[in-house]
Design a protein around this ligand. Structure first.
Ligand code: FMN
Length: 351
């Protein structure tokens, strides 16, 4: 039994552990709790720890009660993800004290060393019960975080991922096995690796397991879940877009038009290419692009689409997302399909 099952005892053993990513303003209590209720690990997006965080956690606590998932060690059976570079730590810690959760996820600090003190604080206020998860994007980051912060889980984010990620990194296909190999060489043990980036279904999950993952994390797939907090125009665009290596781009322009100016410089965000991006490439000034974006926010759902300006963050796997399903069904079907794929693949060869 992997230590993930030990630490998160409500998770289902039949198939890989499926995690839903803490997507800012999108992955709220209904999605996180539905994923955990289906035997996965759902992460609520804590973002920068705005004052509404406690309300989201209160809602999660109600939903957990209604779903009959047992509390584990007195902790809510969900995770809470923060964007490290902008987290209001005081607000975050207060919320965690009131609503302790099973895991706290950190992503995108200005410097990796910023994670050390934060992780200590989270461990301290939870009597070492809350587990520390860190999402990283390179072998060097994985090694540094493993040696300094010593997290309980590392989420290894490959370049196919939707939303933000390091501008320069490899796909899971090479990144994950290299992290495994380097950890072995450096004697780093006992940190489960969760693969993230481009996994949409059981086939992707099976591939990640073959590469050495202990679990899989999905963001883009859950954009088409019934419980996600998303505009219809955004969700329709996720269902429409295909051939994600071409239709999506990693860029900083979407942050700029939306007023997010302080992301660490090594990050860009992947989303479906639209007018905002094309106009930027063709030389439109940032000010004009911002003004046009602001006009587009008044259009409602019709503001999305290739000729629209509203941002559709999604990964290269977007073309595999073709229907909206309840999050619990997504989790269960990924587990089942991953096992089938692995068994079928093995049966094609004589050992
Ligand atoms: C719409 C969207 C928003 C995201 N927001 C966050 C976030 O707030 N914090 C975070 O740590 N990761 C965020 N991510 C990245 C995810 O943690 C994860 O790495 C990614 O979704 C995995 O790739 P996939 O989208 O191909 O499944 C976001 C991803 C998407 C698609």
């Amino acid at each position: 039994m992997s230590s993930l099952h030990n630490d998160y005892p409500w998770t289902t053993h039949s198939g890989p552990i499926v995690v839903s990513a803490p997507m800012l303003k999108i992955a709220l209590a209904p999605l996180a709790v539905s994923v955990s209720a289906a035997g996965g690990i759902g992460f609520l997006a804590g973002g920068f720890a705005s004052p509404e965080l406690t309300q989201h956690l209160a809602e999660a606590a109600e939903l957990v009660k209604a779903s009959n998932i047992p509390l584990h060690n007195g902790l809510l059976p969900i995770g809470l993800g923060f964007l490290s570079w902008g987290t209001d730590r005081e607000v975050a810690l207060k919320a965690l004290q009131q609503y302790p959760v099973a895991a706290v996820w950190s992503f995108a600090p200005y410097q990796l060393s910023d994670l050390l003190e934060w992780s200590k604080a989270v461990r301290q206020i939870s009597d070492n019960k809350t587990r520390i998860w860190v999402q990283v994007g390179t072998v060097a980051e994985a090694v540094e975080v493993a040696k300094t912060t010593k997290p309980d889980v590392l989420v290894v984010q490959g370049s196919d991922s939707g939303g933000h990620g390091l501008s320069q990194r490899a796909s899971l296909m090479t990144l994950l096995p290299e992290v495994r190999d380097v950890f072995k060489k450096e004697g780093i043990e006992g940190i489960p690796l969760v693969a993230s980036g481009g996994i949409i279904d059981g086939r992707g999950a099976a591939a990640a397991l073959a590469l050495g993952a202990d679990g899989v994390c999905l963001g883009t797939r859950f954009l088409a879940s019934s419980e996600v907090s998303i505009a219809k125009g955004y969700q329709d665009e996720v269902l429409r877009a295909g051939d994600g290596g071409v239709s999506t781009v990693a860029s900083t322009i979407y942050d700029k038009v939306r007023g997010y100016r302080d992301w660490p410089q090594s990050y860009a965000a992947r989303g479906v290419a639209n007018r905002t991006f094309l106009d930027a490439v063709h030389g439109m000034s940032e000010d004009e692009n911002i003004a046009m974006y602001e006009e587009a926010t008044k259009l409602g759902d019709s503001g999305w689409g290739p000729e629209g300006r509203m941002t559709t963050y999604a990964g290269t796997g977007v073309g595999l997302v073709k229907a909206v399903s309840p999050a619990g069904e997504i989790v269960k079907s990924i587990r089942k399909e991953a096992l089938e794929v692995l068994q079928k693949s093995a049966s094609r060869f004589q050992v």
